[in-house]
Design a protein around this ligand. Structure first.
Ligand code: CAA
Length: 387
């Protein structure tokens, strides 16, 4: 087995590292404190091709593979998780969803501006009463008598980039009696009447990524904006999430590596009882566990990215690979952020160092795009065939 990255993969990793270290890292603490949306750096990410990594060049993207995507995500998250959240939703939940299920016209019209970084995409699945139980949504789309449009009413919550997005991939009930088979996917223009952006959520971490509720009041969706077949929306939502979760694994690994690097260097510099604290066995055990978990986690991420890339040709499901990578990486991010903060002691608790930000940011990776409990359920269902 050959673990060597290709030239393209090394190139995007280096480009993302340079951009993230030079442009994002210096402003990360400031945007975390203010909670402002980092529009200038996100625009620059777009110019560099990071907002449409896997999108073919004919639709405005960089035309690279899924491994390139996770390597880029990891570097952005290493500098700042909030930036990587915005990048992730745009790339996988929005672009890749339309790429996989959209018509040529939908790809041309709705992927091109977003993949090239001129516009921003978001993903509308969660509702106030349905987070983990995604099929329990209530937002309703009713087809008009002449079949020209759907009338949309309802509410979505926790929409990443909702306050600033231009377009949304969104799921609504079209046949309430049919359960998960009565859900349909649509592409919405966020700047049309009836698309109402609610209050921005005050969050524990990833504070510079804007999150809000969206209400739909008699929003008219042209019938041409249906994504895939009527009733196929839940399968589309789940397939998109299978792939999105690989990106969250990359984000979590970026946070885990940032925490590890900080802990490693501090444990060699900081002295107590006449010796560097890294010479004490209790610190050494933390360093060893952090390093081992991080390495295992990156291998699961690369395996899932490879499977995702192969599936583009074969159409195979990569549910288990995506869930395992996300589950392990998010718990590693939390583990490493916790251990790194502990190694830093009081300095780790201070806002003058980034450790407390890693700790707050890591937590979301165990929650969004499916909680760790949901990932375990998904993996076990796939393995046992039981529900
Ligand atoms: N791929 C393809 N089809 C799938 C699928 C997948 N991964 N998962 C389920 N399906 C199909 C099933 O095969 C089934 O079809 P059949 O009836 O024909 O067999 C149908 O969908 C219904 O599946 P289930 O019966 O398994 O559905 P369920 O109601 O029991 O729930 C679940 C399944 C896995 C719990 C799902 O609801 C889930 O993943 N929940 C978590 C939701 C989530 O991740 N939300 C994140 C929101 S987005 C976000 O966080 C974005 C952000 O801001 C960053």
């Amino acid at each position: 087995m050959n673990f060597t990255l290709t030239e393209n993969q090394l190139m995007i990793q280096a480009a993302a590292r340079e951009f993230a270290q030079n442009e994002i890292a210096p402003i990360a603490a400031q945007f975390d404190a203010s909670g402002d949306f980092p529009k200038d750096t996100i625009a620059k990410a777009g110019e560099l091709g990071f907002m449409g990594v896997e999108v073919p060049e004919e639709y405005g993207g960089a035309g690279l593979d899924s491994i390139c995507y996770v390597l880029m995500m990891e570097e952005i998250a290493y500098a700042d998780a909030a930036h990587s959240t915005i990048v992730s939703v745009n790339n996988t939940l929005y672009n890749n969803g339309i790429l996989q299920f959209g018509t040529q016209e939908q790809k041309r019209r709705y992927v091109t501006p977003v993949a090239s970084g001129k516009a921003l995409g978001c993903y509308g699945l969660t509702e106030p009463q349905s987070g983990s139980d995604a099929a329990n949504m209530r937002t309703r789309a009713v087809l008009s008598a002449d079949g020209s449009h759907y009338l949309l009413n309802g509410k979505k919550s926790w929409i990443t980039s909702g306050p600033v997005a231009d377009y949304m991939v969104m799921f609504a009930v079209t046949r309430p009696e049919a359960g998960s088979k009565g859900i349909t996917a649509f592409i919405l223009d966020c700047n049309q009447p009836g698309f109402i952006r609610g209050k921005v959520e005050p969050k524990l971490g990833i504070r510079a990524s804007a999150t809000c509720e969206i209400e739909f009041v008699d929003y008219k969706i042209p019938a041409a904006n249906r994504l895939g077949e009527e009733g196929n929306g839940f399968t589309i939502a789940m397939t998109i999430l299978d792939q999105g979760r690989v990106g969250i694994a990359a984000q979590a690994n970026g946070i885990a590596r940032a925490a590890y690097d900080a802990a490693l260097s501090y444990s060699k510099e900081r002295r107590a009882f006449g010796a560097p604290i890294g010479s004490f066995q209790m610190t050494q055990a933390k360093i060893a566990d952090m390093k081992t978990r991080l390495s295992a986690s990156r291998l699961l991420m690369l395996q899932a990215a490879w499977a995702k890339q192969e599936a583009k040709a074969s159409g195979a499901r990569t549910t288990t690979e995506g869930s395992m990578a996300k589950l392990y990486a998010s718990e590693t991010a939390m583990f490493n952020a916790h251990a790194a903060l502990q190694i830093h002691g009081g300095m780790g608790y201070s806002k003058e160092m980034p450790l407390e930000r890693y700790f707050r940011d890591a937590k979301i990776t165990e929650i969004y795009e499916g909680t760790s409990e949901i990932q375990r359920m998904v993996i076990a269902r796939q393995e046992t065939g039981l529900r």
